[in-house]
Design a protein around this ligand. Structure first.
Ligand code: PLP
Length: 459
């Protein structure tokens, strides 16, 4: 669009700059050539070797982030915490090995995610499985594999899991998923009396207490604690404070009714990252200190011993590590009613490799990466190649006015819920994930082929 609307979206001081809190830590633009590289790998070479679109993942940053979350919680709690990476953000064998190397645990929610972890040799006791409708087969696979914790989500599941564990002579440790009546999203959170959503047992209606009572009576299940997950892309700990308050009250009820103090308190994930200039995520150290202080204050007030804190960051580990590399295909400008115009830049991917703009109206930041430019800024909308008007990659972005077909464009912060939510819409093969470090640029997930897609078509 142009001037009248651009007030809401300021022209950046330098179109060639890559804001460090948005772009992968290893991404840098060469002052000599203007070309962006990640950990020293020139994007033009990455595009030549792996083709576009491609997810380019900074392995060094991924490992760093795992380490930061681990040490932040270890320090804040004196070692009384476990970090579980939420595999649904992005999971493959390489990621599983990095988790293992750096020493954190893994949260899965389906048999598929469990299979990736087990095939990569991850110790099952460090895996937690959640989900609101795990099938009998998924529960059986989890129990047989020796998964450390199963988060139970419904009365049916309590009965199913007890039956499966009993049959296998296993005592399965479980957490009870409780809905605490807090909904957090980005900068806001809403505290409500009851939760109108599909997950877990509500605290308010007495469901959660009934669930705890039932589990407590079942010899095949060992009640280890509570699990709560209040939302996603959260920037402040206010929502967690209300959640912790309600959880602590409930822990007191459990103690009074069942005579046990539960040792584990899982606060879930949902910690935010920067997609655009206006997002300001907090450092893991600060979040760990705040969450620990909140739980500790609530427990002290209720006369409870401090439980072991579990957290499940997904996006905050995977998201910032990755950018998607696209090639610009077509550029067109349309005149709008009131003398305004809009420039559409079409790239060779779209909603099949990043559904978040169309699904959640999510904002992203992009940059011309195959060269720098001194041209004036133009306000554009980056769109994909799919047969859908809503196939938007970046709703509004400032790009240099000399942008041309063949240029490489990168979209930042696509590491979480990008590849993991990718689809084959329009029979477009899903892009590869290329992990880069100083030593190498290598495929960790290969590109899907048309043959892969045709192989599913069996009649
Ligand atoms: C989605 C999810 C997470 C991870 O959320 P992020 O926003 O990626 O941190 C953690 N725990 C549960 C139960 C989830 O459903």
């Amino acid at each position: 669009m142009s001037s009248s609307e651009s007030g809401a979206f300021a022209v950046p001081a330098d179109l060639n700059a890559l804001a460090p809190h948005i772009w992968p830590a290893g991404a840098a633009r060469s002052t000599a050539t203007g070309v962006v590289s990640v950990r020293g790998h020139d994007v033009r070479e990455l595009a030549r070797d792996f083709h576009t679109p491609a997810y380019v993942l900074d392995e060094v940053e991924f490992r760093d982030r795992i380490g930061q979350w681990k040490s932040a919680f270890a320090q804040a709690t004196d070692g009384n915490a476990d970090v579980y990476y939420a595999g649904k953000a992005f999971l493959c064998s390489a990621v599983v090995r990095w988790l293992d190397d750096e020493g954190i645990n893994l949260d899965v929610c389906t048999a598929g995610e469990l299979a990736v972890a087990l095939r990569a040799g991850f110790e099952p006791h460090r895996i937690l499985m959640h989900g609101n409708n795990k099938s009998t087969s998924e529960l059986r696979q989890a129990v047989m594999a020796g998964v450390g914790l199963v988060v139970v989500d419904s009365f049916e599941e309590i009965a199913r899991l007890a039956h499966i564990a009993g049959e296998s002579d296993v005592v399965q440790s479980v957490l009870v998923r409780v809905t605490v009546g807090v909904e957090a999203h980005t900068h806001e959170f809403i505290a409500t009396a009851h939760e109108d959503q599909k997950f877990g047992f509500s605290l308010s209606g007495g469901q959660a207490l009934e669930a705890v009572r039932r589990i407590h009576k079942l010899p095949a299940l060992e009640l280890a604690g509570l699990h709560s997950h209040i939302g996603s892309q959260i920037f402040s700990t206010d929502g967690f404070e209300v959640a912790a308050h309600r959880l602590a009250e409930f822990l007191v009820q459990v103690r009074d009714v069942c005579g046990v103090e539960l040792p584990l308190l899982d606060l879930g994930g949902g910690l935010g990252i920067a997609y655009t200039e206006t997002d300001e995520p907090q450092a893991p150290q600060l979040i760990a200190q705040q969450l620990t202080a909140i739980v500790s204050a609530e427990c002290a007030r209720s006369g409870l011993a401090m439980p072991r804190i579990l957290v499940e960051p997904g996006r905050a580990i995977a998201g910032p590590t990755t950018m998607t590399l696209y090639e610009v295909g077509t550029i067109k400008t349309v005149e709008l009613d009131d003398g305004l115009s809009r420039t559409y830049v079409s790239v060779d991917g779209g909603m099949s490799d990043n559904i978040r703009p169309s699904l959640y109206d999510a904002d992203y930041t992009c940059s011309l990466v195959s060269r720098s430019s001194t041209a004036d800024p133009m306000l554009v909308r980056v769109v994909g190649k799919h047969c859908e008007t809503g196939d938007v990659v970046v709703k509004q972005a400032w790009l240099p006015a000399d942008l041309a077909p063949g240029d490489l464009l990168a979209v930042a912060a696509t590491g979480a819920y990008g590849r993991s939510m990718a689809s084959n819409y329009n029979h477009v093969p899903r892009p590869p994930v290329v992990a880069v470090s100083e030593d190498s640029a290598r495929l960790i997930v290969r590109r899907e082929t048309v043959e892969d897609i045709l192989a599913l078509d069996v009649d």
